[in-house]
Design a protein around this ligand. Structure first.
Ligand code: UD1
Length: 419
């Protein structure tokens, strides 16, 4: 089993280029089922994306990845289509459930494995099914599978989500763009990745607009060929490297291929902490500051502070003077990195949904275990600032979502290698 070996306390300098967003690419890949020919640029070459591509191949689409330019070409010649998403593919990557909306709306039926829980929480799909039922789908759960049917097609309606879900908003959007009449989705997630999906669907011929948390989808014929789309940058990868630089930048580190407007809140949080950030049109420059201030923060749906950066921010807060608090408001079990950080010397206490972090504490290298994608990268950050050597086990979690992590960090003078 592969591990990461990090020698800590190396200052970072240079440039980091941000990859395409995993969480935007996944629903757009699921949306490609609705077209005949799609070419996606700026896709990140990470494990979750390859799993989704395997799923599209299983369904019967033809895919060609051009690795050196991060491009994928997808063709659907409508031959031997399988409206099934099997357990073996959905269990390793929950976003597999997103093919449900596309398959159902296009082919009138779908059988998709229930994804089940995962390390960070139970993560049900009731809101996905609630929306599809409202659109007229008949849904049964049997033998661990969702059986969905809409023989006469789906019908537009008003759907008011009882709580905000990224995946449920995406599945509802996919299903509604071939429904009859108008669909209005209320209380939606409005993450930039959802806006990128809407941008893609509009290229397909959908007419979708949004205002606040309401998305309206109008009935329209979809175009199917020659659709090219460049996926948005990965704002979570950007946030991760911003935090790494706030901890370790020697002079200035430039982070490029981004749009600072999309991460306004994350930049503000770091500025409140005292980190120096200079915004340019498609890049930022970060400077490490000696003394940072403590904060209290709660994770929220976009435009709030993302749960996907909670673990990374916690590492930064271990180096800040005073007591900081992070309330995790999205997932019920997302503090699994805390025992590992404590083993490295962090002083963190958990009370209900809140982590209380006392700083500054000196972290020392240790052998630690990654538990999920963002927890693993938080251990990388901890290893980078710790004294001596840190070994991170179970790094397959990291490979699910961070493209060229070691290469990007090594280019900035970090000492990190896979063993
Ligand atoms: C997506 C992101 C993930 C991120 C999360 C929250 C992708 C591939 N993944 O996950 O990285 O951490 O958004 O920003 O884009 N819920 C229900 N019922 C449902 C659906 C969700 O109760 O049917 C709950 C979840 O358990 C969770 C909350 O709603 O507590 C938010 O989950 P959701 O926004 O759906 O996250 P995902 O789409 O799974």
């Amino acid at each position: 089993m592969q591990k990461l070996l990090i020698k800590g306390k190396r200052e970072l300098s240079g440039k980091i280029s941000i990859s395409g967003s995993k969480n935007a690419t996944l629903p757009i890949l699921a949306a490609s089922i609705l077209a005949k020919e799609v070419r996606l640029k700026n896709i990140p070459l990470v494990k979750d994306i390859f799993t989704m591509i395997d799923l599209l191949n299983f369904i019967g689409l033809k895919t060609k990845i051009i690795k050196k330019s991060n491009i994928i070409e997808i063709k659907n010649n409508e031959k031997n289509i399988n409206t099934l998403a099997p357990y073996k593919l959905v269990k390793t990557m929950r976003a597999g459930v997103l093919v449900l909306g596309s398959l159902l709306t296009k082919y009138g039926k779908a059988k998709v494995s229930l994804p089940g829980g995962c390390a960070i929480g139970t993560r049900p799909v009731d809101l996905h099914l609630f929306a599809l039922k409202k659109l007229g789908a008949k849904i049964k759960i049997k033998n661990g599978y969702i059986f969905a049917e809409a023989k006469k097609g789906l019908k537009g309606t008003i759907i008011n989500f009882p709580s905000i879900s990224v995946g449920a908003t995406e599945n509802a959007l996919l299903a509604a763009c071939k429904a009859k009449g108008k669909t209005v989705l209320k209380n939606c997630a409005i993450e930039p990745e959802i806006k990128d999906l809407i941008f893609f669907l509009n290229k397909l011929g959908s007419i979708i607009n949004f205002k606040g948390r309401t998305i309206t989808i109008y009935e329209n014929k979809l175009k199917s060929s020659n659709i090219t789309h460049e996926v948005i940058f990965d704002r979570i990868e950007l946030g991760t490297y911003m935090i790494a630089c706030a901890l370790l930048a020697k002079k200035n580190v430039i982070i490029d291929k981004i749009d600072p407007k999309i991460v306004k809140n994350e930049i503000n949080v770091l500025k409140i902490l005292g980190v120096k950030i200079l915004k340019k049109k498609s890049s930022i420059i970060i400077k490490k500051k000696k003394k940072l201030k403590n904060i209290n923060i709660t994770t929220k749906p976009y435009p709030g502070f993302p749960t996907d950066l909670q673990a990374q921010l916690m590492v930064l807060l271990t180096q800040v003077e005073g007591v900081s608090k992070i309330k995790e408001n999205i997932f019920e079990n997302r503090f699994m990195h805390v025992p590992e950080l404590k083993r490295m010397g962090a002083q963190i206490e958990i009370k209900d949904k809140t982590a209380i972090i006392k700083g500054p504490t000196k972290l020392t290298g240790a052998e630690v275990m990654a538990t999920d994608l963002r927890a693993s990268v938080c251990l990388v950050l901890a290893g980078l600032i710790a004294e001596n050597r840190t070994i991170i086990n179970r790094i397959y979690h990291l490979d699910r979502g961070y493209e060229f992590l070691e290469r990007k960090l090594k280019n900035c003078k970090a000492e990190i290698k896979r063993i």
